[in-house]
Design a protein around this ligand. Structure first.
Ligand code: DC
Length: 214
């Protein structure tokens, strides 16, 4: 395995932006694994299916073409909620595991962000970061993001979304959101994105130093 950076954390913690900036700085490919779950959730809804139906969601996940995701369309609120619902199903998680592991095997390394990268997808990753922030701060960030996309929605509704998602993603039996024992904790509650990125880069540099000498 090359130099894999596993970034996990709850919704709107900043992990996606950190992953992209690390990718640019280190010239490594980045996989936002949430997009895979969003694509499955959105496809189930588009076909009139029920995201809570494991068999239907599992079939959709097995048929997914991960090379053809309409990233912009998948960033909305509805796709996020559907993603969190299909993500509880073991059949869906199993169907998406191979594509994530294949990405993690890229040379000279790769960056993946999600909920279970450090614990399930790439438990042997030499660098793991668990990014978090208070629910109120994450809701503020997500609210601003959605307004920027033209979705008019109240802050309180987004805070409720975030709390429900934390509960579902962290409480499910299959690969719940969790900090791996060897993941560095990065709390971005009081950090803007530049400071959060600097802190992430320091964690990565320390891990890379250990990895190169091991
Ligand atoms: O990171 P995101 O908000 O785009 O993720 C959407 C949902 O997908 C999230 O609520 C839970 C699920 N997910 C997951 O279960 N495992 C991952 N590795 C990534 C996302």
């Amino acid at each position: 395995m090359g130099f894999v950076i596993a970034i996990d954390g709850p919704a709107a913690s900043g992990k996606g932006t950190i992953a992209l900036r690390l990718g640019e700085t280190l010239d490594l490919p980045v996989l936002d694994t949430g997009l895979l779950y969003r694509a499955v959730g959105a496809a189930v809804l588009a076909s009139g299916g029920d995201p809570d139906d494991e068999a239907a969601a599992g079939r959709t996940a097995r048929a997914l073409d991960p090379g053809r995701l309409d990233e912009d369309a998948l960033r909305g609120r509805e796709a996020g909620e559907a993603a969190s619902r299909v993500a509880v199903h073991p059949q869906v998680r199993a169907a998406l595991l191979d594509v994530q592991r294949a990405f993690a095997r890229r040379e000279p390394g790769a960056i993946l962000d999600g909920r279970d990268i450090g614990t399930v997808v790439a438990p042997e990753a030499p660098c793991k970061i668990y990014v978090t922030a208070s629910a109120a701060v994450r809701a503020r960030r997500r609210h601003a993001q959605l307004l920027g996309r033209g979705e008019t929605v109240a802050y309180d509704a987004i805070l409720a979304d975030i709390r429900r998602r934390d509960e579902r993603d962290g409480g499910r039996a299959a690969a719940p959101l969790a900090r791996a024992a060897d993941a560095a904790l990065l709390d971005t509650t009081d950090l803007d994105i530049d400071h959060a990125f600097d802190a992430a880069l320091r964690i990565v540099e320390a891990s890379r130093g250990r990895w190169e000498t091991s």
